[in-house]
Write a protein that binds this ligand. Structure first.
Ligand code: HEC
Length: 324
């Protein structure tokens, strides 16, 4: 009797193990990489580039070796006017390629086909894509048709249009240059994700913070920066409700300038030592004047200094304003 019970138990364990193995092997759950990349996913990965979390190209997360996003009003090669402006993603020589240039299969059906046939992405030169290409590459996004469906795909504009990284950066000028990749790293490094999410997730969110992302919006994003839990507004679409650079400057320098009881910390140290004119920023003087203002001894708060073009705050604001 006891022997039989033992056999029954063993058969049940075997059955359960077999069933779970069958499910694991023959019925895999969905694979994120099989989701077709949306336009948002392509924008995100081209502007952020390869691995903006820990990576060997930028182990200390300093925002080096990153692509640069520009808006072009003139063609870098011919000088012809571009109306509307064209967004381009500049990878200088040696900057690691975005994930799906290295693994085009993961772009998903249709987007891969168009990016390879029309967009010429497989011609990126350089044997090792993780070290970037030898001459650098400029990418753009284009619209194409695949099986009757309209899809956005990646174009290697260095091959299709002859745009070189240097000519593209020069044609855009600093005003139309956005350091989005470096700014996204700041979101990770500064710990903004302790308070902010990049994922509107509940129905009541959608009215205030915009629509939640689709599965395909994350294709090629590494790491996905969802945020942890939420103590502050979701900022996935923040630039659609507020695209004011001045407001962002005030709010980052001292959130209490625009939101009296804000719990958000000051990020004034991201300005660095010097302002846009190269003058040393006197933080002590600023805070003393701000104290007088908050005590009612001054009518206006002190002015927030203009930031230098190579400051960390410039990159952070460039990224925030790209969140449409
Ligand atoms: C301690 C929590 C906290 C941290 C850390 C924090 N924030 Fe905030 N943030 C807030 C709160 C709360 C608000 C709502 C407005 C306010 O109170 O200032 C806000 C507002 C914002 C807004 C405007 C949102 C809107 O809906 O208009 C942006 C943009 C923003 N934060 C970006 C950042 C970035 C970037 C960082 C990291 C450098 C950061 N925040 C760090 C709490 C935080």
């Amino acid at each position: 009797m006891a022997f039989k019970e033992y056999r029954l138990g063993a058969a049940m364990v075997g059955g359960a193990l077999g069933l779970s193995m069958t499910i694991t092997i023959f019925m895999p759950s969905f694979d994120l990489r099989s989701a077709v990349s949306t336009k948002m996913a392509l924008e995100k990965q081209l502007s952020a580039g390869f691995d903006i979390g820990f990576g060997y190209a930028d182990p200390l997360l300093l925002g080096i070796n990153r692509p640069i996003t520009v808006d072009l009003e003139t063609d870098p090669k011919t000088g012809a006017k571009l109306d509307p402006p064209v967004r381009a993603y500049v990878y200088k020589a040696g900057v690691p390629m975005p994930p799906n240039i290295r693994h085009p299969h993961d772009l998903g059906k249709g987007v891969q086909d168009l990016s390879e046939s029309q967009g010429q992405i497989s011609t990126v030169s350089g044997s090792n894509h993780s070290k970037g290409s030898q001459e650098g590459v400029v990418f753009t996004l284009a619209l194409g048709e695949f099986n009757g469906e309209e899809l956005t795909y990646i174009e290697n504009a260095s091959v299709t249009k002859g745009w070189t990284p240097d000519a593209t950066l020069a044609a855009a000028g600093d005003k139309n240059t956005h350091l989005i990749s470096k700014g996204k790293t700041e979101f990770v490094v500064q710990g903004c994700w302790w308070c902010h999410t990049l994922l509107p997730e509940q129905t009541q969110d959608w009215q205030a913070f915009g629509a939640p992302p689709y599965l395909g919006d994350f294709n090629g994003e590494n790491p996905t920066a969802f945020g942890s839990d939420r103590k502050a507004p979701d900022i996935l679409h923040v630039a659609s409700r507020n695209s004011s650079r001045e407001w962002m400057m005030m709010h980052f320098f001292n959130p209490r300038l625009v939101q009296v009881n804000s719990i958000m910390p000051r990020f004034d140290y991201l300005w660095g030592d010097k302002d846009a004119q190269g003058n040393t920023i006197d933080f002590d003087k600023w805070r003393a004047e701000y104290k007088e203002y908050s005590e009612g001894k001054r009518t206006y708060p002190p002015e927030v200094p203009d930031y230098a073009p190579d400051s960390e705050i410039r990159a952070l604001i460039d990224w925030v304003l790209s969140l449409k």
